[in-house]
Write a protein that binds this ligand. Structure first.
Ligand SMILES: [Zn+2]
Length: 432
């Protein structure tokens, strides 16, 4: 058995090999978006040798993608010969010799590459090939296993059916793991749910909380219930509290992923130490949201996501808008060493990144950042005073393009001085 220290590095080495193949012989070779992106950035795929080279690839935001079809791997004879995998190019050459190209397409290329199933995330269609769906089923099985589900469980699912990841990974995962499941829509009455004697409920966090509160009001008990799977969206602390309060001892486990990510990140049973990710199918980085540079291990920043081994739609260095730290040690609950995402509020990371920039900005004479909560939503307000005669329009444009600041307020130097005095000279004021 490998020690704690060796295991993550072994995972890293395997990821490194997979990522290099992914960039050189898949994304660059077969998906026009990534070829264009790397060419524009002046990155030759042959010069990518490892995870450390990843930082040379530009970060991508979902809304920069104009044509979602351009993210999909579509190998053809020419692209396979020119840039594809050598083994595949050889097989294609042999197939050509014997007039078997159609058979090769149908039996080999299509199951691997052809997107046959589409999910829609934040308006972006994300394609899955037949092999991808098998993989999703296996990842779903592992998710449910780590959540403590067994074959004897009865799962009632309330995740809205549709082209969303939560619903499909749940459906495929229960099938693969042999757990009895009934996926219902719309959310049924609490009496109907109780009649099914579920041991597991899976649904959107707020739907689950509302259902359990309705149960308490109606005096209905779900005696067999031992697990609540909060699926599809981040689990807010307030909603988690409601679920734990009404769940009567049932484990509350969150599973979700940001748009563009192809399988769920999920908490394991007993561990609220973050969301387990799957190093075999994804590579995560945490970067400074402003500069895009990687942060030190364990530091907070924005999660950047690259797909590994997925076909259909592929992503390289996708900005997720998720602020988190990345835990790479052994999970105290389940003992696995798969990297875990521990989400944090975006505000401290944003405020830190902004502070560094504002300090360096010569056109700004004084600044103050205020964090506050308005109607449950976190807000970040930046107060700025320009140096005499300076125009802040460009500065504001630049910051606005890169960070989700709620509001910029430009003040006179004296007004901002007064604000600072009011807050004991604090440059970052946290009113949350
Ligand atoms: Zn765990």
């Amino acid at each position: 058995m490998l020690g704690d220290r060796e295991r993550p590095s072994r995972i890293r080495a395997e990821q490194q090999r997979a990522l290099v193949h992914e960039i050189r012989h898949e994304a660059y070779a077969y998906a026009p978006f990534w070829k264009e992106r790397l060419d524009q950035a002046g990155v030759s795929p042959a010069s990518v040798h490892g995870v450390d080279d990843l930082a040379r690839l530009p970060l991508t935001e979902l809304d920069e993608v104009e044509d979602p079809a351009s993210l999909v791997l579509r190998p053809d004879g020419a692209s396979i010969r020119r840039r594809g995998d050598r083994g595949l190019a050889l097989r294609l050459g042999i197939a050509r010799l014997f007039g078997r190209v159609a058979a090769l397409n149908e039996r080999m290329l299509e199951p691997i590459y052809k997107p046959i199933h589409w999910l829609v995330q934040a308006g972006l269609p994300v394609g899955y090939s037949a092999e991808d769906l098998e993989r999703l089923a296996e990842l779903g099985r592992r998710w449910l296993e780590a959540a403590g589900l067994r074959r004897g469980d009865v799962l009632v699912g309330l995740v809205p059916p549709g082209p969303n990841l939560g619903f499909w990974e749940l459906a495929e995962g229960t099938r693969r793991s042999g757990v009895s499941s009934l996926l219902l829509s719309p959310v049924p009455s609490i009496e109907d749910v109780a009649g099914l004697r579920p041991t597991v409920l899976a649904g959107r966090p707020v739907d689950l909380a509302n259902l359990l509160e309705a149960a308490a009001e109606a005096g209905v008990h779900l005696d067999s219930l031992h697990t609540l799977l909060a699926v599809g969206e981040p689990l807010e602390d307030g909603v988690r509290d409601r679920l734990e309060f009404r769940g009567d001892g049932a484990a509350v486990l969150s599973a979700w992923a940001p748009p563009g990510v192809k399988s769920l990140w999920a908490e394991c049973r007993g561990g609220q130490g973050g969301l387990h990710t799957s190093p075999a199918v994804e590579l995560l980085e945490v970067v400074d949201p402003l500069t895009g540079a990687g942060v030190a291990p364990g530091e907070e920043g924005e999660v950047v996501w690259s797909s590994i081994g997925w076909r259909g739609t592929v992503m390289l260095r996708l900005r997720t808008d998720v602020y988190a730290t990345l835990e790479e040690g052994r999970c105290p609950a389940c003992g696995r060493t798969t990297p875990r995402i521990v989400p944090t509020s975006p505000l401290p990371a944003l405020a830190a990144a902004l502070s560094a920039v504002l300090d360096r900005e010569e056109r700004v004479s004084l600044w103050q950042i205020e964090l506050r909560t308005v109607e449950g939503e976190d807000e970040l307000i930046v107060f700025l005073a320009p140096v005499a005669g300076a125009d802040l329009v460009d500065v504001l444009d630049e910051l606005d393009n890169r960070l989700s600041v709620t509001q910029f307020v430009v003040l006179d130097r004296s007004e901002l001085d007064d604000r600072l005095v009011d807050h004991g000279d604090a440059r970052v004021v946290d009113l949350r």
